[in-house]
Ligand binder design. Structure first.
Ligand SMILES: N=CN[C@@H](CCC(=O)O)C(=O)O
Ligand SMILES: [Mn+2]
Ligand SMILES: [Mn+2]
Length: 324
């Protein structure tokens, strides 16, 4: 269920004549095998670790279009040739993939949780490459311990609440209700904010659940660049109420022109620029704990457009997060 990283995933252009100044991410990434003991990250380093979740069983169970199982590879491929502009002490590691086998989503989520927990415990900042949005619950299991006595904030950029009932089975549509219940069992508050919601993409029962749980949400037509001051103010207020933030980005929050490679294509979705400003604000806040990108479906993508968007978002987040 776990596949260590290999350099095969990190291939790209090489500008040999330019030496260190021509460096790209694929030349800078170090491999980290979580199947063995891993060292504590050097305290003098800011260490980021990619961990893939090759799974779309949640999408299948949620009547979606499968293909997100291949997303971690596509995201690595899109990141590989990024020009390297990070300072010396900022390091990139690839910690490999957790695989979902025989449709055993629950076991795969447990495994993802264990890997994320290990990374955090060893001082790495996780960058989780989903997977369908069922990635989010596995990811959450990994920092549950870290946030036992810390007020967690969950920030979801998504056209959907993903608060469906999991009474019959968990899926890509249920992760945040699973989190809400888990947090309630632990006597913790569920501070969940969704940005980019589409009314037509969520039935009345989901709005009812959201209201009962006190979920904060902003519709997509208000997540626009010209509302940025208000959006930042709202985000600042949300950050004040929490001690640690988990960000999850469902790529179906973006308009179809930017993100055609998702299960649920979004005709009225967001433009990337405004999302980047909000992400950078949180990444620079000192409260970001962990982040994931979900719902990329490479088999539906056009010219790797969606993979490149997901990758570029990670590039920007790493650039800002490494400063704090
Ligand atoms: N993670 C996906 N969530 C959406 C999918 C909606 C759709 O397939 O149209 C949901 O369950 O609401
Ligand atoms: Mn969605
Ligand atoms: Mn989602």
């Amino acid at each position: 269920m776990y596949k260590p990283a290999t350099k095969e995933a990190w291939k790209g252009r090489i500008d040999k004549q330019d030496g260190e100044l021509g460096l790209r991410w694929h030349q800078a990434v170090h491999l980290l095998d979580l199947g063995n003991e891993i060292p504590q990250a050097d305290p003098g380093e800011v260490a980021f670790a990619f961990i893939g979740f090759c799974c779309d069983e949640g999408v299948r169970r949620n009547q979606g279009r499968v293909g997100a199982v291949a997303a971690p590879g596509a995201l690595r491929g899109a990141m590989a040739s990024f020009a390297h502009h990070l300072p010396e002490q900022t390091k990139l590691y690839d910690a490999g993939d957790v695989l979902c086998t025989n449709g055993n989503l629950e076991e795969a989520q447990e495994q993802l949780g264990k890997k994320v927990a290990l990374l955090l415990q060893k001082g790495y900042r996780p960058l989780v490459l989903g997977g369908g949005h069922e990635t989010a619950y596995g990811h959450f299991l990994g920092f549950e311990k870290e946030t036992e006595n810390v007020q967690l904030g969950i920030l979801n950029f998504d056209a959907h609440f993903d608060l469906r009932s999991y009474a019959q089975q968990a899926s890509s549509g249920t992760p945040f209700l699973q989190m809400a219940d888990r947090l309630q069992d632990q006597g913790q508050l569920f501070k969940y904010k969704v940005l980019g919601l589409q009314e037509h993409g969520n039935t009345q029962v989901l709005f009812k659940t959201a209201d009962e749980l006190g979920v904060a949400y902003t519709f997509a037509n208000h997540v626009q660049y010209h509302f940025l001051p208000q959006l930042l103010q709202d985000l600042e207020a949300f950050l004040k109420e929490v001690e640690a933030v988990y960000i999850t980005i469902d790529l179906d929050v973006f308009a179809a022109a930017y993100a055609p490679g998702v299960s649920a294509v979004n005709a009225l979705g967001l433009q990337p620029e405004v999302v980047l400003e909000l992400l950078k604000f949180v990444a620079g806040s000192g409260k970001l704990l962990s982040i994931d990108i979900a719902e990329l479906n490479p088999s539906l993508d056009i010219d790797n457009r969606t993979a490149k968007l997901g990758a570029a978002i990670l590039y920007q987040v790493v650039g800002e997060w490494q400063k704090v």
